[in-house]
Structures are given as C-alpha cells and as structure tokens.
Design a protein. Structure first.
Lengths: 514, 623
C-alpha cells in the first residue's frame, strides 16, 4: 500500500490545489499547500526507503490487483534498487523546485494554483511510472506525464511557449504511439502463450521470434530514446527547455526524462535481452555521438537555458552508453548518473533561473561581472557547473567514471571518444561562467542581485547532496548494485575479467567488495 | 601517529570550508585561522616524519583506509592514504613552504577585501595537494589532482574583475583537462587490465603486463603529467597563470602543484621501468621543455613570466631525470625539493619587488633596487645562486646530479641538459641585473620600499633553505631514503670522472653569467621594450608561438566545427523534423481538397475507382 499512497499523495495534493479558491494577490496559500504536500511526499518516500532492504535485492513492497481482465492488465507496483533511487530523486527535487518557483513571474498570475497543481501531478505520475511493474500500467503513466508537462510549458513558459509545447507533445506522442504498437504486440504474443498478462514477471518468460522481439524492442526503445533525448531525436528538448520556467525544466529534464533511461533498463533489457544485445552497437554509437555532439552544441549556444539543455543531451549520452555497455560497473554508474544528473541539472537550471528572472534575459551576452555583486549566487552557480563537468569530489564524477571504466572493459574506442566529453564539458561550463560572472559588471546586469534566503534554502539541499555524494556515493550504490546485477545476468552477460590480475590481494579482488 | 595522515588533509580542508561559509565577521581573523591550519598540518607532518625516521627502512610505508569510496560491479576504490618515504618528503615541502607562503600572504593581501576567501582557497589547495601525494589509489590521486586544478583555477582567477585573469584561469583548467583525459584513460586501462587502480597493486602487476599495456599506461600518464606540470605540448597555460596573485604563483605554479607530474611519474615507477618507450618519451618531453622554458625565460621582460619560463625549464630537468628510470627518480625528487625552496623564494621576492613598485611587473621599469630593498635583494640573491648552480648552494647539488645522470644515459641528452644550465645562468643573471643592479628606470610616481616583516621573514626562511638545502644529499641520503619506493639506482660509468664533469658544468654556468653581464652592462637598459630584436628574442617573447599553434590547430577548428554543428542542428536535424511536420500539414491540405461535399464528385470518384479495379483484375487474369 505504501507505494500507492506515495504516488497518490501528490495527485491528491494537485486536486486540492485545483479546487482551492484563488488567492487575491500573493497566492501564498497555494504555494504553501503545494510545498506542504511535496514535503509530506518526501517524508513518505523516506518511510519507503527505511522499509527497503538493499541487501536482499529484488522487488519489494509489491502490490498487485487485477485491473482490466480482458487483456490481462494489472495494477501492479513494487520497487527495486533502481526504482527506489529514482523515486527518491523525484521526491527530493519536487519540494526544491516548488520552493524555488515561489516567485516565478507567470504570464497570468491567476494560474498560480494550476501551476503548482500540475507540478504535483508530474510528481505523482512519475513516482507511479517508476514503481509500475505492469507494462500497461507503466505505459499509461509514462504517457500521462505529457499532460501536465504540456500545460506547464504551454501555459506558463516564455513568449514562444505554444510552439515549444506543441513540439514537445507531438514529438513525444510519436514515440508513445510506437510504444503503444509494441504494447499491443506484447498482448498478441502473450495471449498466444497462455493467459494474456502485462506483468513484468510474466513478460520476462515470453518466447519471441527473433523479428518480433526486435520490432517490439524498437517500439519501446523509440519512445525512450525520444524521452531521454538520444541523438538525433533530441531537438525538442532545447526548444522546450528554452521556453519553460526553470522549475518546469527541472521536472522535465531531471525527473520525467529519467523515465526514458529507467525504461531502457527495466523494460527494454528485461523484456527483450537478445534484441537489446543486437541493437547495442548502434545504440552505443548514437550514445557516443550524443556525448560529443551535445557538448559541442552546448559550447555554441548563446542562450543559457538552451546551453543547459544541450549539456543534458551529452549527459544522457553517458547514461545510455553505460546501460548498453552491459557491464555491472557501467550500468550501476548509469543508474547513479540518473540520480546525480537530476541533482546537478536541477541546481544549474534553478540558479540560472534566478539570474535570468532578475536580468529579464537568458542571453549569455547580457550578463558579465555578476560575481562582484552576487558572490553567493556565483558560488552556487560555479559548484553546479563544476558538478556538470564532473569534477572529482562532486557527485556526477563517480557515476561518469563508473560508466567510462565499465565501458572501457568492453569497448576501448567508445570509452576513449566518450572521455573527450570531459574536455568539452570544461569548455561549455567555464566559458559560460567566464562570460556571465567575471570581468567588469555588464551594463544592464546591475539588477542581478544576491540570492535571497528562500532561494538559498531551496538550493542548499541540492548542493549539499552534490558534495556529499561525491565522497560518499556508497549508500546509493548499495541499493543499486543488486538490482543492476540481476539485470546484467538476465541478459546473459558477465563482466570481462582483468587480463593480468594484480598479484597483490587488492580489495577489488575480494568477493563481493568488502 | 603514523596513521594520522587523514588529519593532515582534514585540518586545512575544514579550515578552508569554514572560511568560505563564515560570514563577514571573520574577515578580521580569517587569515590567521588559515595560516594556523597550514602550520598545524606542518607540525603534524614533521612529527610523523620524525617517527618515520626512527623506523626500519622496509617498514616505512603506512597505509590507512578510511572508507570505501566506490564499490560498484567490479570497480572498487578505497579512500586510502599512504604515508611513506616519498609522500613524507612532499608533505614537508607542501605544508612547510605552504605555511611560509600563508604568512607572506597576510602582508601581501592585506589590502584586499576578499583576503579571507583567498586564504580559504589556499587552504583548499593544501588539502587537495596533500590528497594527491598521500593517495593510495590512482582514483584518489585523481581526486587530489583535480582538486589542485580547481584551487589553481580559483586562485589564478582570484581577481576575476580582470578579464585577463578570468581568461587565464579558464585556459589553465581547460588545458589541464586535456592532460586529465590521459589520466582518466590510464586509470580505466589499469582497471580493465589489472582489476584495480590501487597504486601498490598496479605497480606490482605492471611488470607482468605486455609492452603495449605498460607503454600505453606510461604515455597516458605522461599526458596527464604534461598538463599539470606545464610540459610541452601542454605548456601554454603556465605563463598566463601568472595573472594570479604572486603568492599563488610561488606556491602553486612554482613550488608544489606544477611538480605533481614529476611525482606521478616517480610514483608510477614500476610502469615506467617496464616500458623503455614511455621512459624515452619522458626524456624527450623533459629535454624539449627544459630548453624551451629557458629560451622563453631569456626573452620576457615581465619578471613573473621570466620566472615562469624558468619553472617550466626546471621541471623539464625533473622530468628528464624521472625519465632516466631508477638512475634518476631520486634526483628528480631531490631537484623538485630544492627547486621548491629557491623558486618559492624568488617568486615571493618578485612579489616583494612588485609590492614596492605599485604592482608593476615590467623589469624594464626596475633597476637599482638593491639599495631600496636590501632584504629582498639578499634573499633573492641566494635563490639566484641556488638556481644557477653555484656551489655549495642547493641547486648546484641537485642539478649537477641530473646532468651527470643524463650523460650516463646518452651523450646528446646530457649535452642538452648542460646547455640548459648555461642558459639558466644567462637568464637569471639578466633578471638580477635588470631588477636589482643597473641604473634605476622607475616611473615617476613610484616609491620603492622594503616590504613589511611579515613578508620578509618567509623570504629569509626560504633563502636559508635555498642555501643549505643541498645537505639533503649528504652521504646520498635522498637516494637511500627513497630506495624502497623507487628501486635501487645503478650508477652509469661516465667517460670522464664526475669531478671533471662538475667543473665543466660550473664553467658553462660561468660562461652564461659572463655573457649576461657583458650583454646587459654594455649599454643602459632601455625603459621600453625594444622592438627591433633578433628572431630568437621575438620567438621567446611569443612563447615560441605555442599559443598561436594551439589557436590554429585546436581552437579555431573547434570553433568552426561548433558553429557548423549549431547550423546543422537547426537547419538539418531539426529542419528535417519540422520539415516532416510541415509536409504532413501540406499533405493534409492537399487531401482535404477532394472532400468537397458534392455528391456528384464522390460518385465520379467511385466510378473511377471501380474502373481501375476492373482493369487491374483483367490485367491479372489475362497475364
């Protein structure tokens, strides 16, 4: 029950907010209610975490009810180490986002209730998608996240918001349709081999012909590759992020896009292991292209929000690379990367959101010398930026290095080209920092004042986690490892062994680590 | 006490963090906290060193694992710190020189409103540098490696309002990242090959690996070393880095951080022992940088940049020595330590001069400062004697050994190193003459004066170390001390007795000094940089066109590629997507046209359709 309650709480909160009478002037009541609901959800997720036993692995706190018997759909939820990591990411980020969005200047202030209600709706649906262990339920929730995001972009974004929202919606619907076709295909295969079922455990036992498996895999993969933008299916993201409010961008990139990479592991690899293996060379290539391409495009942007969107294209490339390298090291790295990227991108979008809102422009050239008048703001911006370029000591480094080190054991060229990303990342972050923060104060940038206490309160948890997980990633990895090992052995892969193992009894040689 | 190495790091780290988050009220005493933290680390390090001295040679390596940093799949990294003979020397150098520079900075940065933050960054640097040298795992070393890079970035760009400082900081970080590429790949290769990145385990496994593996590892580590130690071809950031406050140049860009590359090679000695190709590459890099740095040092009028060229060159000596294998490792470290003394001494001396000259760095505006700044002059003079290698000062002992070992390896390598010694004497003499001797060429508004005591005391301490640092070599102490870490050094037989070689080296140095005296005392030094100079001087001033080369080969092509890709992304990829959407719209418009709502047109269409079907059926049956 606890998972259902966890997902239902923000949905209920969204409904309450929608029914709440509009405030007259400052809409404070709606904001406080939204924050309260998000904090209750966070508390509930910590209860889930406390009940979760990382050592035993597998799906826990499961719940299963027959839903639509006609085609074997179940309401079935449960969490393994990967799902709980991403649920925690969601419940941690949403209160941060809501607190940071208190002063967002909306096109129509009367929409404040709806703005925060849609945010809570995203949270509930995302938690549901991460917890779903039935393919049909997952599909419904995965697609349902489009609705609140469509309204968040289309109603509350910048001047070009309608175009960006429609593009976002159509792009993602196309992927969703292909996945729907694959869902129907699954039903056909499943009903021919006994009673139709969409349960993950049942689907894993299905026998596919080679062609069927590949086609169904591609249907799922297309939807996920658009969502977690994989080159060349990424072009909706910069437009959407360029128009959305910072809070919406965080929900979109840090949370909802993770359903894409999460889906690749949980659905693509578990259901279609052989097809995934067959497609992996192409996907690895596209992932490496994403890494380099996203980074180069980020260097060339003039708009801060589009720049961050392209850095995410690069980072998603790392995540997908680690998944399809099929080693426990790289896949654990990818899962951790999803969490860390969520944090670092959130910090980056939110702190630049403050700058952009005060300056009234997102153009990099409209800033300059801000460090002088807003040292705390620039310090937070620098830490968020350094985490984006994977500086050791900050959380994303650990995950990025795990991805690269794991990939290196199976493909040296892929790892070597991907490693170029660390040089390019330094360029896109430090050029942006140099142009916005250093030098003499740019005319017009005088209004970019220091962070206010509420903004500091919103950003501090993210920054603390980014630093803390840089040195102590192990609590998260302990949860991830068993789940990832299950997936890797399910697809029939074993990690390559060292060619000339060290004669010294190093810790790595010990069974099970420590 | 020998398991307290984590505390060496924790003290300055905690102090740095405290100074960053503590508010304005700590402005009055923040610098004292920072200095005390560095000093506490030094005292602890000295006690630990004394304890280490009392132990048997074989038992002097003390590893402590604090916690498991990363454990995922096969990848396992412990947060291990090793206090052994090699790291102990570095701990003393880093915290010792570091503390003196903290003290000096109290005076140097007295009028800077962000002094507290400066000390926070210095503390973070000390912590990161200690992490680098104490690390028991290459990934932990990489943590320190990037940590010092961050501190370097923050401190080069400390005066961020100057666009040149901000640009230099970024350049240093980015060029270093190119080196980090090598480091990162080396660690991945270790993991794939040996299943671990623990330094001891990797060094134990290296002799059993194939040549391809050890050579690749050696070259990748060398790439990392080139970035951090400003060796050719990744040297271009160091001269720009002089934009940072002078204590930073002394601590980070002369005495400690830039020598990390040498440390890396020496620490990875088993890998380099196993690969002759990698060793030779180290020698070539060292030799080329040694000469290039000296060349640049001869041509620069900016006192800090002249010294920076000299730093490049001296690190080239260390690299060269490290590339000689067991014959040179100990000498590389020995020269690294003496260089840490005398170069920190001279950089702080240059800072003292700048302090008295209203932050002017152009030596053509100096001259005759000997009498105005007697303490600075005297201490700088000792550093000068040490670096050019006048007996019995520190540099004489350490450089002499390297040149000797280089001749033992190969005549031409030795000759290059010998030539470098002569050029060193030339450019340092030029610097002394232009700054302290010769006639005064001060700007009118400048009133040179000696620096306050808080700045001169560190100078005196470092000058004393520059003078007597050579005693470390007494009875081959350094070589024996480091032997358990770097292996036994076999002595090459030289064609001539060592004493003759020493005389030759001293003679070459004397020639360099005399040449500079003749050249710069012959006629008064111009207060403006002369424009009509030889092609050699011009190349030196342009840092041998390294920046122009980078610009042409890397920066401009990347910029063009980026622009092209931005265009392609909008017009090509997204253009295709929006194009499909537009075509769909057009098609819909087209398909809409027949839907006229007129029954007669629908009837006509039906008739046409039936006719086509019948024709097709006929065609099939008749065929």
């Amino acid at each position: 029950m606890i998972l259902t309650i966890l997902a239902a709480t923000p949905i209920a909160g969204a409904l309450i907010l929608a029914l709440l009478p509009r405030g007259r002037t400052d809409h404070l009541r709606a904001k406080v209610v939204a924050l309260g609901v998000a904090l209750i959800t966070l508390a509930l997720s910590l209860v889930v975490l406390a009940r979760y036993e990382p050592t035993s692995g597998g799906y826990q706190m499961t719940e299963e009810h027959s839903w639509i018997e006609a085609f074997g759909a179940h309401y079935s939820v449960g969490v393994n180490g990967i799902a709980i990591t991403l649920i925690l990411l969601t419940t941690i980020l949403v209160p941060i986002v809501i607190l940071a969005s208190f002063d967002d200047r909306l096109p129509d202030p009367r929409g404040t209730n709806a703005y925060f209600a849609w945010m809570l709706a995203v949270e509930g649906l995302a938690i549901g998608a991460f917890a779903a262990t039935d393919a049909f339920l997952f599909y419904i929730l995965f697609e349902a996240t489009l609705i609140p995001l469509y309204f968040l972009i289309g109603s509350f974004g910048g001047p070009n918001r309608s175009y960006a929202a429609v593009k976002f919606l159509i792009y993602n619907l196309v992927g969703g349709l292909l996945m729907l076709a694959a869902i129907v295909g699954l039903y056909v295969v499943s009903s021919r081999q006994g009673d139709a079922s969409f349960l993950l455990t049942d689907l894993q036992d299905l026998e596919f012909s080679q062609t069927t498996e590949r086609l169904l895999f591609l249907g799922f993969m297309a939807a996920f590759a658009i969502k977690a933008p994989l080159w060349p299916l990424h072009t909706w993201l910069p437009d959407a992020a360029g128009q959305a409010t910072p809070g919406t961008s965080v929900l979109m990139v840090s949370v909802v896009d993770k359903i894409g990479t999460f889906g690749m592991i949980t659905w693509c690899l578990n259901l279609f292991p052989e097809a995934a293996d067959w497609a992996s060379p192409v996907i690895i290539t596209l992932a490496v292209v994403s890494i380099v391409y996203g980074a180069l495009l980020a260097i060339g942007q003039d708009d801060i929000r589009r720049l961050i969107a392209f850095t995410s294209v690069s980072h998603f490339g790392f995540i997908i690379l680690g998944i399809f390298a099929f080693t426990t090291t790289s896949m654990a790295g990818s899962t951790l990367y999803m969490f860390n990227h969520g944090l670092s991108t959130a910090a980056l979008f939110l702190v630049t959101g403050v700058m952009i809102s005060r300056r009234g422009s997102a153009r990099i050239d409209d800033f300059g010398g801000v460090q002088k008048i807003a040292p705390i703001l620039s310090g937070v911006f620098l830490i968020a930026g350094l985490s984006s370029l994977s500086l050791p000591g900050l959380a994303p480094f650990v995950s990025e290095f795990l991805v690269l080190a794991g990939t290196f054991t199976v493909s040296i060229p892929a790892a070597a080209v991907a490693t170029l990303g660390i040089v390019l990342a330094a360029l896109y972050i430090l050029i942006m920092y140099q142009r916005t923060m250093t030098g003499p104060l740019a005319p017009g940038a005088e209004g970019v004042t220091e962070l206010r206490p509420r903004e500091i309160a919103a950003l501090t948890p993210a920054i603390m986690l980014i630093i803390g997980l840089g040195f102590f990633p192990q609590p998260v990895l302990n949860a991830i490892n068993p789940a990832v090992e299950t997936v890797v052995s399910h697809i029939g892969k074993t990690d390559p062994t060292p060619k000339t193992p060290t004669p010294i009894d190093a810790p790595a040689a010990e069974e099970g680590g420590h | 006490m020998l398991d307290l190495q984590w505390l060496l790091i924790a003290i300055p780290l905690a102090s740095g963090a405290l100074l960053l988050v503590w508010g304005k009220e700590s402005d009055r005493f923040g610098h004292l906290i920072g200095t005390a933290a560095s000093a506490a680390s030094f005292v602890l390090g000295a006690i630990m060193f004394a304890e280490l001295l009392g132990e048997n040679a074989e038992e002097r390596s003390h590893a402590v694992s604090l916690f498991t940093w990363i454990d995922a799949g096969r990848f396992h990294v412990e947060m291990t710190f090793v206090f052994d003979q090699l790291s102990a020397l570095f701990v003393l150098l880093i915290t010792g020189v570091g503390t003196l520079i903290h003290v000096y900075s109290i005076g140097y940065m007295a009028h800077d409103e962000r002094r507290r933050r400066f000390f926070a960054f210095l503390n973070i640097f000390i912590a990161a540098m200690l992490t680098l040298v104490l690390a028991g795992d290459y990934l932990v070393l990489f943590l320190g490696w990037e940590g010092v890079g961050l501190a370097s970035y923050l401190l080069i760009g400390f005066w961020q309002h100057k666009p040149s400082a901000a640009a230099a900081a970024k350049k240093a970080f980015v060029v270093n990242r190119v080196g980090d590429l090598g480091m990162a790949l080396a660690i991945m290769l270790m993991f794939a090959q040996f299943g671990t990145s623990a330094i001891e385990a990797v060094n134990a496994a290296a002799p059993g690996a194939t040549d391809t593996v050890t050579t690749s590892l050696g070259l990748l580590l060398l790439l990392g070393a080139c970035g951090k130690s400003a060796q050719v071809p990744l040297q271009s950031w160091l001269l720009d880095a002089m934009e940072g406050p002078t204590p930073v140049s002394a601590l980070i860009h002369a005495a400690t951080m830039v020598t990390a590359g040498v440390y890396l090679v020496v620490r990875s000695n088993a890998i380099f022992d196993a690969s002759e190709v990698a060793r030779n590459a180290v020698i070539v890099v060292g030799l080329v940088t040694l000469l290039a740095g000296a060349w640049i040092g001869c041509a620069k009028d900016d006192i800090k940049k002249a010294l920076a060229g000299s730093t490049m060159s001296q690190i080239g000596y260390m690299m060269l020595a490290a590339g000689l294998g067991p014959a040179g490792y100990a000498f590389a470290i020995f020269h690294l330590i003496t260089h840490g003394f005398f170069k920190a001494n001279m950089f702080l001396g240059a800072g003292s001069v700048m302090h008295g000259m209203d932050d002017d760095v152009d030596m053509r505006h100096y001259g005759g400062l000997r009498s105005m700044m007697p303490v600075t002059f005297a201490t700088f003079g000792l550093g000068y004697l040490a670096i050019i290698g006048v007996p019995p000062f520190a540099g004489f002992w350490s450089k002499d050994k390297i040149i000797e070992a280089a001749f033992g390896q190969n005549f031409w390598v030795g000759l290059g190193a010998l030539l470098g010694a002569g050029v060193t004497a030339f450019y340092m003499t030029r610097l002394m003459i232009m700054t302290f001797l010769s006639e005064k060429r001060w700007r009118e508004e400048v009133h040179p004066h000696e620096s306050p005591r808080v700045m001169t005391w560190p100078l005196i301490a470092l000058a004393a170390l520059s003078a007597v640092g050579g005693i470390l070599l007494l009875g081959d102490w350094v070589s024996e001390w480091l032997e358990p870490v770097v292996g036994h050094a076999e002595h090459h037989e030289l064609a001539v007795p060592a004493i003759v070689l020493t005389l030759i080296i001293t003679l070459v140095v004397a020639v360099g000094v005399v040449a500079a005296v003749v050249f710069y005392r012959r006629e008064p030094i111009a207060a403006e940089t002369p424009s009509s100079v030889s092609i050699f001087a011009r190349a030196g001033r342009h840092e041998l066109y390294g920046n122009e080369l980078n610009e042409a080969v890397v920066v401009r092509p990347t910029r063009h590629l980026t622009r092209f890709l931005v265009w392609l992304d909008g017009k090509g990829i997204d253009g295709f997507v929006t194009g499909v959407a537009d075509r769909l719209g057009d098609t819909s418009q087209f398909l809409r046209k027949p839907q006229t709502g007129l029954v007669r047109s629908y009837a006509l269409t039906m008739f046409g359709g039936v006719a086509i079907i019948i024709l097709c059926l006929l065609a099939v049956t008749l065929a």
